[in-house]
Design a protein around this ligand. Structure first.
Ligand SMILES: [Zn+2]
Length: 137
């Protein structure tokens, strides 16, 4: 089962957790992949501190991923490819933490090694998916 990283945090009220719990507990899914992607419009907008009406609230949810990026000192904006990618990676990591924090069922299944929660980044240019095994715990 695959969840898109930028959507998971932003839309978590919309039943994402419920469907993850269902898939793992009832339908016996073994793997949750939190998938981010390069060149993500939502991440880029958040990196540019884009503000517009209700969208501002949504993009604010990506702010912790930006604050956690400490490597980039200059050009912390949406034009900086490596900055944006680091923020995407942080966002994936934070999403994985959120899954464990917010869902007792999934947290419990993961502790008992019934499921695996992993992060991955999809490169939209090459089509390559890089898995972040080290982010899963
Ligand atoms: Zn995106």
């Amino acid at each position: 089962m695959i969840f898109l990283a930028s959507e998971l945090l932003v839309y978590n009220q919309r039943g994402y957790f419920g469907s993850m719990e269902y898939a793992c507990k009832i339908a016996n899914s073994k793997l949750i992949v939190v998938l981010g992607h390069t060149n993500c419009g939502a991440i880029i907008s958040a990196c540019n501190s884009f503000e517009m009406g209700h969208l501002t609230n949504l993009l604010n949810k990506l702010r912790p991923a930006i604050e956690e990026e400490k490597k980039t000192l200059l050009e912390r904006n949406g034009d900086n490819f490596s900055f944006v990618n680091n923020v995407s990676t942080n966002n994936i990591k934070l999403n994985i933490q959120q899954i464990g924090n917010r869902s007792e069922i999934l947290n419990d299944l993961e502790k008992r090694k019934k499921i695996n929660i992993v992060g991955a980044l999809y490169d939209i240019e090459t089509g390559k998916v890089t898995f972040y095994e080290e982010l899963s715990n």
